[in-house]
Design a protein around this ligand. Structure first.
Ligand SMILES: [Zn+2]
Length: 302
């Protein structure tokens, strides 16, 4: 399973029904938390997400609506008895911020917490774990900010059971076949791996663009993505304000998704001044039809 669950889709100020940015990316058994706005741990409880399964946390930038929930979550994980290590990928300034909060409260976490600093402007692979690869890339925002690209690539080859049976390969050897091994019969003759397996299915990709001004420089990263999350803090009429604040509008996000030939677009990070989100769809869909509002509590399959 490869999916993203929205925990918060609002910007800046939390409202009673929309919360600051946070998402859970599910990659089979593994959960990744992307940004951690205020109250994220309540959303995790509300949507019955297994917090113990979160192994990696990615913080795009240090505006409060993307990380003010982190210290609370880290503390709760310890109180709940976590012992498995946890890694946080974030701008380097986050580590002393968290450390100060732990020190001042005399809090000792009962698990190993490690920080992986993302230096300004860095672009490249930051994590490769089993079937998952995570890349980060800089976005143009008021402070150093990163987007994250998640690729899930099955590494195992696909077994063709009827072929394997036809060549009389014992079932106990099927695992080896999926890893690409040939089979050597007792008489020394060889059954080539590609006679009985197919290449792994093509990988899928989810790209999270964090906060950003309209930037065609993102296109190479978004090209052909299966699912793109792009912020639409404002509707189209506030294009000037969006640019001044290094944010984007509906039409801008949809144009990028269309230009990148992405398959689907999720929009979020809505300004708190909007109570009705329907106009966001009315403005994006004519430009890029496969657009959805990133609804809190909803899981979108990549
Ligand atoms: Zn921001």
């Amino acid at each position: 399973m490869f999916a993203v669950t929205i925990l918060g889709n609002n910007s800046a100020i939390p409202t009673l029904d929309r919360h600051p940015t946070a998402q859970i990316v599910t990659c089979d058994e593994q959960l990744l938390l992307v940004d951690c706005g205020e109250g994220t741990q309540l959303r995790i409880a509300q949507y019955r997400i297994k917090r113990s399964k979160i192994r990696y946390i990615f913080i795009s930038h240090l505006h409060g609506d993307h990380y003010f929930g982190l210290i609370g979550l880290l503390n709760t994980l310890s109180l709940m008895g976590r012992t498995e290590p946890l890694s946080v990928y974030a701008p380097p300034e986050l580590e002393p911020i968290i450390q100060l909060q732990l020190d001042c409260s005399g809090t000792q976490l009962h698990y190993e917490l490690s920080f992986v600093p993302l230096q300004p402007g860095y672009s490249g692979i930051i994590l490769e774990d089993k079937e998952l690869t995570v890349r980060c890339f800089p976005t143009q925002h008021r402070i150093s900010c990163f987007g994250f690209s998640f690729t899930m690539q099955k590494k195992k080859r696909k077994l063709i059971p009827e072929q394997a049976r036809a060549y009389e390969i014992p079932a106990a050897y099927y695992g080896k076949l999926q890893e690409g091994a040939d089979y050597v019969r007792k008489d020394g003759t060889i059954v080539k791996n590609d006679w009985v397996t197919l290449p792994p299915a093509k990988g899928k990709r989810y790209v999270y663009c964090a906060d950003t001004i309209y930037d065609t420089g993102l296109l190479p990263m978004l090209q052909d993505a299966d699912l793109v999350y792009h912020e639409t803090t404002y509707l189209h009429d506030l294009e000037t304000r969006a640019a001044e604040r290094y944010h984007s509008t509906t039409v801008q996000a949809a144009s990028l998704a269309a230009a990148a030939a992405a398959k689907r677009l999720l929009i979020g990070h809505f300004s708190s001044k909007y109570t009705d989100l329907q106009p966001f769809l009315e403005e994006t869909r004519p430009v890029f039809a496969a657009t959805d509002i990133a609804e809190e509590g909803v899981t979108y399959y990549v």
